[in-house]
Write a protein that binds this ligand. Structure first.
Ligand code: HEM
Length: 506
């Protein structure tokens, strides 16, 4: 291969992936195939064979950064050197259908700005209240089913239940109850799934729009997108009924004031709608499954039982943003699930020749030519950095807990966990997502006992046996490997059947 180790202090180009005797595009196609077949093995092999940085030739034509320290250098680089805007605008047009004239406009920049401001902790009380309210109602429905069953128990596919519940709760949280009702009536849960399945192909930005109709998965995804846009556009046209304030209202008002049509505003809101649903629900299902099968369950329940209760009922804690902020073990479980169950590719375009250097003085390093795409592969850092301690591939619920690690190490881990990406492209919904995840774990575990029974396979997803060094031996759904670098792991139709009973309080 063309793998070359760099000498410290010298300036070099990134090594190029693949066997030296193969033409460059063949190497690129091999890399792409391997990435889509088994992302983890491929990325770890790159780290082992090429070191911290490698150039993957066309069709990806990207420089992959595979080391935590260098990834943070990319995150710290100013946008004048490594920019994100061209990628953001490309996805807005290719995936969400926003006209190019709008993606280049100052109006869209103002909408993005309102989005970032509207998702800070200061403005999340109402969304989290609505989110929690829906989860409580869904748990109450399960309790009724349990009470009316002779065995006082129900068996449910837990991933599906969590994903459906979070879809409804998160929609109600950001868009309000009325939009949520419209979305459920129009079957947007299914339409979203159709669109989301083709998202990896759109986000790769390798397919011209003219070809969308000829690729079955994309053609089907476009029908899902149209359905989402039509419900969103009608709701915008009707004056956003059921939503008096919040980030979505702010964005829609800016768009309308710019003179964008309801459909154009809907294309911009659909970016938020996708981000709202593509990650958090899958992380929530993994979080619940990991927690109920781990020894940390008692500590998690202790924290939940410590919350103020509605009329002295331990099955019904008062869940507010403030209460959720004071749950260190629950927070650690959530952070650990985001660490172990995400792979994100933060992308930048080099606006000028850029040197990615390990040394504090900036001497030596890897030269990245202007125009090149730089991609931070956070998954490798999550699996290899010494910072995580033993068994980085395993889920260890209290890995991030200050009580376990000490304040300094715990804070350092939180800073270096890049499941939400980082720098100028960092996930704007991370505070909302963290609170949603803590909320659903709290509400479910306060009221229910969940016993995973058996794995449910999706025939399209190969079941991989857990790595010998992975301590995690519990039941979990199989990972869909066709979404490399797109955030939370998804599971297709793979699931875990679980027995659910009302919580037995000892
Ligand atoms: C556990 C749940 C979530 C995970 C793991 C996650 C992960 C990510 C990742 C990896 C990125 C790309 C970061 C980068 O390129 O550096 C991202 C971007 C983004 N996320 Fe999330 N996300 C989650 C939940 C949410 C939620 C609930 C929202 C709410 C709307 C949201 C909104 C966004 C937005 C708007 C961006 C794009 C930021 C930009 O273009 O500058 N995310 N997310």
């Amino acid at each position: 291969t063309s793998s070359r180790r760099r000498q410290p202090g010298t300036l070099s180009l990134p090594p190029i992936y693949g066997a030296w005797y193969l033409p460059s595009p063949i190497r690129g196609v091999i890399a792409l195939a391997k990435l889509c077949m088994d992302e983890d093995s491929f990325l770890l092999a790159l780290r082992r064979d090429y070191g911290q940085v490698v150039h993957i030739p066309w069709p990806l034509n990207q420089v992959l950064v595979l080391d935590g320290r260098l990834i943070r250098k990319v995150y710290r680089a100013p946008s004048s050197a490594l920019s994100f805007a061209p990628i953001q605008h490309g996805i807005q047009t290719l995936a969400f259908g926003t006209p190019r004239r709008i993606t280049q406009s100052a109006g869209l920049a103002r909408m993005y700005d309102a989005h970032a401001k509207g998702l800070t902790n200061l403005r999340l009380d109402a969304p989290i209240e609505r989110f929690t309210h829906v989860v409580q109602a869904k748990v109450a429905q399960l309790e009724e089913q349990i009470e009316s069953s002779p065995a006082q128990a129900v068996e449910i596919p837990i991933v599906k239940w969590v994903v459906d519940t979070v879809f409804e709760a998160a929609t109600s949280g950001l868009y309000g109850e009325e939009f949520c009702e419209r979305a459920l009536e129009a079957g947007l849960r299914g339409e979203f799934g159709r669109f989301d399945r083709c998202f990896p192909l759109l986000a790769a930005e390798m397919m011209p729009v003219a070809l969308y109709a000829f690729v079955p998965r994309v053609a089907d995804g476009m029908k899902g997108r149209e359905a989402m846009l039509s419900v969103l556009a009608r709701w915008v046209e009707d004056g956003l009924p059921g939503l008096d304030e919040g980030v979505i209202r702010d964005m829609a008002h800016i768009g309308s004031a710019e003179g964008y049509t309801s459909k154009e505003v809907a294309t911009i809101l659909s970016g938020n709608f996708w981000a709202l649903h593509a990650n958090a629900s899958y992380i929530a299902s993994a979080l619940l499954l990991y927690t109920v099968q781990s020894e940390i369950l008692d500590q998690v329940r202790e924290e939940i039982d410590g919350l103020p209760q509605q009329s002295g009922d331990t099955a019904n804690p008062v869940v507010t943003l403030k209460a959720l902020a004071s749950m260190p073990v629950v927070t650690s479980c959530v952070q650990e699930t985001v660490r172990t169950n995400t792979s994100s590719f933060s992308m930048r375009v080099a606006e000028e020749d850029f040197v990615l250097s390990e040394s504090a003085s900036g001497e030596g390093g890897v030269l990245i030519h202007a125009g090149m795409r730089v991609v931070c592969a956070t998954r490798v850092a999550h699996l290899t950095d010494g910072l995580w301690g033993d068994y980085p591939e395993s889920w260890i619920g209290d890995r991030f807990a200050a009580k376990q690690q000490g304040d300094a190490l715990s804070a350092k881990m939180a800073r270096k966990m890049h499941g939400f990406g980082g720098g100028i492209s960092t996930c704007e919904g991370r505070h909302l997502a963290m609170a949603e995840l803590k909320s659903i774990l709290t509400v479910v575990l306060a009221a229910l006992d969940i016993t995973p029974l058996r794995h449910v396979a999706d025939p399209r997803i190969a079941v991989k046996s857990s790595d010998a060094s992975n301590l995690w031996k519990g039941l979990q759904p199989s990972r869909d490997f066709t979404r490399p670098g797109l955030g939370a792991f998804q599971f297709g139709a793979s699931d875990v059947m679980a027995r659910v009973t009302k919580r037995e309080v000892s």
